[in-house]
Design a protein around this ligand. Structure first.
Ligand code: PMP
Length: 365
């Protein structure tokens, strides 16, 4: 049998992984790419120069393993989060990894796993159940309201009843865009028997304060997951982090791979963090554009779901897959997230958003 004739069915793959699909946002070369919620503004020259210098310096020590504990980077992340959430945090409260996806995987490796359960409110970030499957954590899907908001009273009741080892709450939620007030989040935390992961990948775009503010009240339960991929315009750099009690960071040492964050990643992320103020200036621009796009969509007869993030879920389409194709034919790549009658668009530059709205006029016909 030749290499190309071997299929998955011929491999001794774990039974529970058979028939599953990998995460797969299409990576297509299209003029307007509004499908993965990135920051559309490329890094400014000063940041590029600083990253280059930092990586050059780091390269002189490439024969050595990196700082396994990434202490300097964690201190920088703690300083940023303390400043923005107005909560005192140190490097002992912060852990970092290659994207928040790796953070979430480490959390399920430590707190989920065979015989354990993780509960999430769907529709939400599709990687949560995929990482659960990869770590053999049983996934418990729980509902949202028909308008995609979270009924936190009902959520707390369900958490109390199902007793999941891990609860995921995404705020703002991807792909629907809404965020959850802290008092409602606290109700879910009170009901939870185990860990509650608040996935705040889009927190910088939201008007709600960070759940980090609840750490003092729920130190043995709350983990807040964040990323530099969105507001920080560092998706290609792969840097995610969390804030939690120091014991949570200790727990993750048991499952993390040693030296998981390369010398280059640590140096580049620290350099990018030094430019936080300039980079995050784009957040207000993107939020204003988000509101403009939502209003325009409404004007075109679409129904945008209220969003606190840098993307908008909107409907209604008789055939969302056909509408997605039609956008692509107009040179605009958006996302079919598998919610009936809906598509999701990331907020781009004003020019990209105009191109999307022009295409929307055609699709609306
Ligand atoms: N959480 C949510 C809610 C997301 O939407 C994403 C990215 N799409 C992530 C986590 C993971 O992002 P990254 O690994 O780039 O930090």
């Amino acid at each position: 049998m030749g290499q190309d004739e071997v299929t998955l069915a011929d491999l001794p793959l774990r039974e529970d992984l058979r028939g599953r699909s990998p995460y797969g946002a299409p990576q297509l070369d299209v003029p307007v790419r509004l499908n993965t919620n990135e920051n559309p503004y490329p890094p400014p020259d000063a940041l590029v120069q600083d990253v280059t210098d930092a990586v050059r310096e780091a390269a002189t020590a490439l024969h050595r393993y990196p700082d396994r504990d990434a202490l300097a980077l964690r201190a920088d992340l703690a300083a940023y989060l303390s400043r923005s959430a107005r909560v005192p945090l140190t490097e002992r409260n912060v852990w970092a990894a290659n994207g928040s996806n790796e953070i979430l995987q480490q959390l399920l490796q430590a707190f989920g796993g065979p015989g354990r359960t993780a509960l999430g409110f769907e529709p939400s970030y599709s990687m949560h159940p995929i990482i659960a499957a990869g770590t053999r954590t049983e996934w418990l899907p729980a509902p949202r309201r028909d308008d995609f908001s979270l009924d936190t009273g009902r959520a707390a009741g369900l958490v109390a009843e199902r007793q999941p080892d891990v609860v995921f709450v995404t705020s703002p939620n991807n792909p629907t865009g809404g965020s959850i007030p802290l008092d409602e989040l606290a109700a879910v935390l009170r009901a939870a028997p185990g860990i509650v992961v608040v996935d705040e990948a889009y927190a910088e775009f939201s008007a709600q304060p960070s759940a980090v503010r609840l750490l003092a009240e729920f130190p043995a339960k709350l983990v807040v997951s964040r990323t530099m991929s969105k507001a920080f315009a560092f998706a290609g750099g792969r840097l995610g982090y969390l804030a939690a009690a120091p014991a949570v960071v200790d727990a993750l040492q048991l499952v993390r791979l040693p030296y998981h964050l390369s010398v280059l990643t640590q140096a580049a992320a620290r350099a990018a963090l030094r430019h936080a103020v300039e980079t995050l200036a784009s957040v207000a621009k993107l939020a204003a554009e988000r509101d403009r796009v939502a209003e325009s969509l409404q004007g075109l007869g679409f129904a945008p779901v209220p969003s606190d993030a840098n993307f908008i879920l909107f409907g209604r389409f008789g055939d969302a897959a056909a509408a997605w194709r039609s956008y692509l034919d107009h040179g605009v790549l958006i996302r079919d997230v598998g919610i009936e009658g809906h598509l999701r668009v990331s907020i781009g530059t004003p020019e990209e958003n105009d191109a999307f709205l022009e295409a929307s006029k055609e699709v609306a016909r």
